[in-house]
Design a protein around this ligand. Structure first.
Ligand SMILES: [Zn+2]
Length: 142
């Protein structure tokens, strides 16, 4: 829970009084929070977004050994060439699971938290689609 000081605009992880100026800390979802400057809101969003991104990354760390184990286990039940193939790819599969979730969490925080309200969603989808459909070797238009 983030608390804010209405006097000096600093943010705190909790507590009753501001350690900088001694003002009474407020809840950012209270009625008086509507008068806060937009930069404060950006900071509050960043705090919550970073926390959310951290939770997703913890999930990635927990899911990587699960996919590694599942791939290894399915390989143990296969016939000869496939059991070796699945045994070899089990570690890359686990690593790729961790890496892709970790990377996506970072992208999501950057796009949906830091740029909230600054990015036109329809334009973003169009740009991503254009980039995905761009033929290989074509120059990146911006
Ligand atoms: Zn203060």
């Amino acid at each position: 829970m983030i608390k804010i000081c209405p006097d000096c605009h600093s943010t705190w992880a909790g507590g009753q009084r501001c350690e900088d100026c001694g003002g009474v800390l407020r809840d950012p979802f209270g009625a008086e929070a509507k008068e806060l400057p937009p930069s404060m809101w950006g900071y509050i969003r960043l705090q919550y977004g970073a926390r959310r991104g951290m939770l997703v990354r913890v999930m990635a760390i927990l899911l990587a050994p699960v996919t590694f184990g599942a791939t290894l286990r399915s390989g143990a039940g296969c016939e000869r060439p496939w059991s070796i193939v699945l045994g070899v790819v089990a570690f890359p599969v686990g690593f790729l699971t961790w890496w892709s979730i970790h990377w996506l969490a970072g992208r999501a925080v950057r796009i949906w938290v830091l740029r909230k309200g600054q990015v036109n969603k329809r334009r973003l989808v169009r740009a991503l689609a254009r980039r995905a459909l761009r033929p290989l070797g074509a120059p990146d238009r911006r």
